[in-house]
Design a protein around this ligand. Sequence first.
Ligand code: C2E
Ligand code: CA
Ligand code: CA
Length: 601
Amino acid sequence: MKFLAKARSLSVKRILQSRPALVTGREIHRLRAENARYRSLFDAAPIGHFTLDTSFRILEINSVGAAMLGTSAEDLHRTSFISNIISADRISVSNLLSEIAKVGERTVSTSLQVSDNTIPVMLHLTAVYSSGHTVPSSDYRFHVAILDLSEHHETQNNLRIARDGLQHVAHHDPLTRLPNRCGLMEQLRLTLDTKSNSKTALLLLDLDHFKQVNGPLGHHIGDKLLREVASRLLNAVSEIDTVGRLGGDEFAIILRDLSTASDATVIAEKITDALAEQYVSASYDIRLSASIGISVFPDHTDNPKQLLSFADAAMNQAKQRGRNLIQFYTAALNTRLTERFELERDLRIALRESQFELYFQPQYDIRAASITGYEVLLRWNHPEQGIIGPESFIEVVEETGLIDPLGDWILSESCKKLVELRRNNPNIKFSVNVSAKQFVSGNLQDRIARILQTTGVPANAIELELTESALLENGDHSLNMLQDLRAAGVELAIDDFGTGYSSFSRLQKLPVTRVKIDRSFVQDIPDNHSNCSIVKAIISVAHELGIEVVAEGVETHQQLEFLKAAACDILQGYYVGRPCTFEQISDNASFSKEESDLAVA
Ligand code: C2E
Ligand code: CA
Ligand code: CA
């Protein structure tokens, strides 16, 4: 349109406006030259230009304009311009043209009708008065500039297709092709927005112990199973329902058009039956169960986000009650949800206001007959409730992602304390617990290296305690990270050994330096013969593999005797010493007595 304005000011205004009463030959020559320039501009413009009389007949047309209408300028001369507009817009364009006689100019989008084709265009309509002024006068013409939008439309179309594609990717899970969390929430919002008297149920489904299937069998089979689960879920519900995958082994189902809330239970039972059927292949033979949480619109809430959190609370309740269960959302769960929300908020405050503290539990080396290290244990010094153990909050810390900053604080604080302790006891080591979630963020090894460097603690003075699930959950990713850490000199221990699914053959592949036999095997030795055998077996195989063994939860003298006889390397437990503050452990005297007692034992 700028182009047109320029051409117009060059041509009509200057030629008409400046025409003198008497024109000299030189001026005629100049005017002709200017007119020719204007004509070529008029013709070459990538815009169709038309001049119309007051009856909208075409007086002048440039070649682009003629080409747009698929004919020659001569054939169009004095024909109706309006007849080239699609029939639906003819009246409105005529009205607009009549109007601009008064208002000067207008822009409108419409389409040209050329034979059987319609061409999307933008029209810029101007009234040009013969006096050269754009003020209303009885003597005027119309100037129409037409911009062909078909290419623009094509680009728009392509953009739309690309956008739709991206939208699809953003809303779908590539593995199962089901809507993902984003897609499912979109659907849920749309469903709840639709006015209806029927009920909508949201089912949240988590496969029980799927990680333990996925880990040993490998991700390839895990993926195959998830696709099979997706197809069983789709078969179990009706066409108006939506099945989505929220991530990992968690699925969600929107059940629409239910007359009663208990209809959802019937469908949920159908789903659990479908999932329970065997998954058979040459390499495996598996049965799966699921924990299902159900929330209902409008009974529980009309807010989609809340409906999801209610279903989630119900699902977690199903898991806690022993899995393979269907649980409806209840108001009592809401109380739990509120409590959990408050805990999350308080934990953030705790981190900000340094309410966390470290306790240290001694590890007694039987061979050296001395305390050679401490396990660092987290405590929350709550402003009202006092000291709180990690079992009541660590899960929430992990789920909220607070574990990353907190884990960094634990390690750097441990290192600072260790530097202090090593001034008097240069060989003392610390074992620091690392949760599975800390492995997910990806740069754990770099963060650890940085902390060791800034505090000046040698890598081999720190042992990281990892659970078997941490090692299983992240597969190769964890293994690479462990190898990097080990290569840097950091010691690695498997915590709670025996409670997970690690096998000795797997143990052999991991770069671990220690295993910690879980307290549950230690607590009833020497009376429980099978536990005695398990403990002896772990010790002997670990030693075969060159791995040290720590026994956890040693509380009695008999346990100590048994473990000593079984050639266990290190003991930890209340019998050796309870977790205590840094002040207590830096006071060497408090341990000298216990150490000598233990050595005598
Ligand atoms: P864990 O790593 O197995 O830690 C040992 C737990 O057993 C500690 O509980 C300890 O106080 C307790 N314990 C030690 N000796 C005995 C005993 O003789 N008898 C009995 N009954 N218990 C004993 P705590 O400190 O409550 O820690 C519980 C769990 O919380 C830990 O289990 C660990 O999984 C987690 N945790 C503790 N500190 C941290 C931490 O800094 N980071 C992370 N990620 N997790 C931590
Ligand atoms: Ca531990
Ligand atoms: Ca443990």
